[in-house]
Design a protein around this ligand. Sequence first.
Ligand code: Y12
Ligand code: CO
Length: 171
Amino acid sequence: MIREVITYPDKRLKLASKDIEKFDEELHSLLDDMYETMTAKNGIGLAAIQVAVPLNTLLILLPDENDEQKKEDLIEVINPKIVEKKGSIVYQEGCLSVPDYYDDVERAEWIRVEYFDRFGNKIVKECDGLLAVAFQHEMDHLKGHLFIEKLSYLKRKKFEKEWKKKQRAKK
Ligand code: Y12
Ligand code: CO
């Protein structure tokens, strides 16, 4: 089932998500719905809070070298923790919860992350480049943060101006 993606400035996006304790059917159907929602909306990453569920889970599905998103490349992440990070990368980010706005954000270029899969198996993964950016972007959602909070003062003002203009055009 495709769920509604909540968007800025919805206050629920500021909630700190809670750890998942049961790796049960309810979790599996949440993950399945998140996958359907993310792919239906052309996303490459989605955190549960974006579908209004404040639980520590997220999905990442980067396109392959032919620009295709294959289900076998889907990464399902539960209760993630970054245990090491290095370097710096600037990437132009976008977010399904902040439609129509993209801007450069600086993050760690390499991370080691520990998490669980949908069956409760522990995974330790090292990532760099776009995958590292995606993990950090999605994990910020779990703490109640959006990428626009990482922008400089001037860029944040630019975002607010564009957002207000879009709201006026909608009326
Ligand atoms: C690098 C940078 C950001 C991430 C986080 C995941 N971000 C997304 O999946 C963004 C998706 C997105 C898709 C859009 O396209 C449609 O909605 C059709 C989009 O365009 C509009 O809102 C008009 C904006 C964002 C991971 C790695
Ligand atoms: Co996002």
